[in-house]
Design a protein around this ligand. Structure first.
Ligand SMILES: Cc1cc2nc3c(=O)[nH]c(=O)nc-3n(C[C@H](O)[C@H](O)[C@H](O)COP(=O)(O)O)c2cc1C
Length: 362
């Protein structure tokens, strides 16, 4: 089926808007300050172990996620697709995902539904031996898409899972945003039953609360990406887009809601509680503002199974870097906490200080 943007303009305009928007998101993310004013991960302090009783060389970073073995507890979350350069970005990140054996998501595949000739910008990741390839679509689009549309997205990239992203902060700030959110949970529950691959529900930087987690666990999702406030702010991204088009009202809204959402570590804590209370095997991804190996460790002690990076992954592409520094940092932290395995790391003692402590108290 061919989608149009909630009654605005022609189909051709829609295609152009979607393509341009994805490209602008990348351009703005790499050229402007689009992160939350405060990184809450700094408020998670791990207890130092002066007697680690582990040799650095024996530290084992492998872990399991969605029943697959990973090289380290990290994934590249959905970022891009839908314009020419996105193919290069996805190929670069796919090579990294293959090398380190970590999952990778593509960005929203809406563009390839609207314009099939753009499919190659996503499907390039099929050429890499990635343990878990993840398809991606926005919750707002779920209402208009058929199961066949979604299966097409999964098949085109030979995905092992599909991520449904919740991005209502972005939708409310951007001028062409979709503000109809009724019935989405019901659609998620239908997709879970019918799509044939595990479903991940993710936020895009504003965080999933305990209450929302409960609802999505109940409909049977396999994983939650809590993606809270600390890193990329889509309100900030849309603020810069609004400035470019001299749309003062949207720009003001973007500035007002810049830091809107649930602190990333708090989202992990609350989603973990909801998962444990459900007694279901639901995997948890801690993301939003993960910068280095220490942040990955912080996410894991709070209850995440793996951490996720988007902004940091884009930086890797633009700087021509790989994950070696992050691996080294994570291993250093595991050494200093006496954690030979990821399982040991998850049990390390920690303190919550600063602003985050104010939230956790409540
Ligand atoms: C340029 C850019 C584009 C993104 N596009 C998508 C997307 O299409 N689908 C999605 O689920 N998340 C998207 N995200 C959100 C990320 O997956 C992630 O949830 C969010 O950026 C927080 O992580 P970070 O602080 O590491 O960037 C995007 C992020 C960035 C930076």
């Amino acid at each position: 089926m061919v989608m149009t943007l909630s009654g605005r303009g022609s189909e051709r305009n829609d295609k152009q808007i979607i393509e341009q928007r994805k490209e602008e998101h990348i351009a703005i993310t790499v050229s402007k300050n689009t992160v939350a004013s405060y990184n809450f991960w700094d408020d998670v302090v791990l207890e130092h172990n002066a007697l680690p009783e582990v040799d650095y060389e024996e530290i084992d970073l492998t872990t399991k996620f969605l029943n697959k073995k990973l090289g380290l507890p990290l994934m590249i979350t959905g970022i891009t697709g839908g314009f020419r350069k996105a193919k290069d970005i996805n190929a670069y990140l796919a090579r990294i995902a293959e090398e380190y054996q970590i999952p990778m998501g593509v960005g929203s595949q809406r563009a390839m539904l609207v314009k099939k000739s753009l499919a190659y910008t996503y499907s390039v990741i099929r050429e890499y031996d990635i343990p878990i390839r993840i398809a991606n679509i926005g919750a707002p689009q779920l209402r208009e898409l058929s199961l066949d549309d979604l299966k097409y997205l999964v098949d085109e990239i030979e995905a092992h899972a599909i991520a449904i992203h919740l991005n209502y902060l972005q939708e409310i700030v951007q001028p062409e945003g979709d503000r109809e959110a009724r019935g989405v949970l019901q659609r998620i529950s239908e997709v879970v039953k019918e799509i044939g691959v595990p479903v991940i529900v993710k936020e895009t930087g504003a965080g999933i609360s305990g209450n929302v987690a409960k609802k999505i666990i109940k409909v049977g999702v396999s994983a939650i990406d809590a993606s809270g406030v600390s890193g990329t702010s889509f309100s900030a991204v849309e603020y810069y887009r609004a400035l470019r088009t001299q749309d003062d009202r949207r720009a003001n809204m973007g500035r007002l809601l810049w830091d809107w959402g649930i602190p990333a570590p708090l989202a992990v804590i609350n989603c973990r509680r909801a998962i444990n209370a459900s007694r279901k095997r639901v995997y948890l991804i801690g993301s939003g503002g993960i910068r280095h190996g220490l942040d990955i460790a912080r996410a894991l002690v709070l209850g995440a199974d793996i951490a996720g990076i988007a902004r940091r992954a884009l930086e890797m592409y633009f700087r021509g870097e790989n994950l070696d520094p992050i691996v080294e940092e994570l291993k250093a932290v595991m050494f200093l906490t006496g954690s030979r395995t990821v399982k040991h790391l998850k049990g390390v003692r920690y303190y919550i200080i600063g602003k985050l402590a104010e939230f956790v108290k409540r």
